[in-house]
Design a protein around this ligand. Sequence first.
Ligand code: BTN
Length: 238
Amino acid sequence: AGIDVRDEVGSTNEELMRDARPFTALTADFQSAGRGRLDRVWQAPPGSSVALSVSMPLPSDPARWGWVPLLVGVALRRSLRRLTDVELGLKWPNDVLARATLHDEWRKVAGILCNVVGGTEPLVIIGMGINVYQSREELPLPEATSLSLCGAVVSREELIATVLEELSSTSAAWVDGSLDHTYRASCVTIGQQVQISLGDGPVEIGRAVAVDEMGRIVLQEAGGGQVPHAAGDVVHVR
Ligand code: BTN
């Protein structure tokens, strides 16, 4: 299937959700109502970033769906590694982080938003936002960075083509069950002391020790127990 390229849409994820069919791809130079996880907004000036959404069929067993954002993270990291020499890491569950000379700490360079569209044959709309050319002032948060701030010059067209290729090979590896090791090896959350908050719910604190077969992060908590968490907002404490 081809890719639909637009100048402007509200949100590429919302567009694909409206007309949900498998294996479609949509990108836009500008999103007027881009969405992030946990009801946040996702904004970038026209032409400064990659906003790309792809629809894919999901396995019938929902126990496996937790791996989708993780596999997308692997695909994005592989794409960026092919095109740049920026140091990259994955923050569970769905951020790609970069470390550069300009900032000697991990900062977010890409985010992933997955929306499941139910039905007899469930689909996932995978939304990827990659900060490509933004300047410091154009980024919404001090914890964010862009490829150009990391010293990398890439064409958005080439990046989109590479991401589509890597998504297809990475999802094939996921279906074969050969992705877990790759994910764990690039995940910078494992080994960190983290806080996970779930909306208004309690904040869980512990050391992230593993990602389990459902794609959940496993925290070693102070009481001695190991508790898996399926979702949430993660802060690396140290
Ligand atoms: C996050 O980090 O919170 C996820 C950000 C996801 C942004 C992308 S840009 C393309 C797609 N369309 C959207 O409205 N959001 C995703």
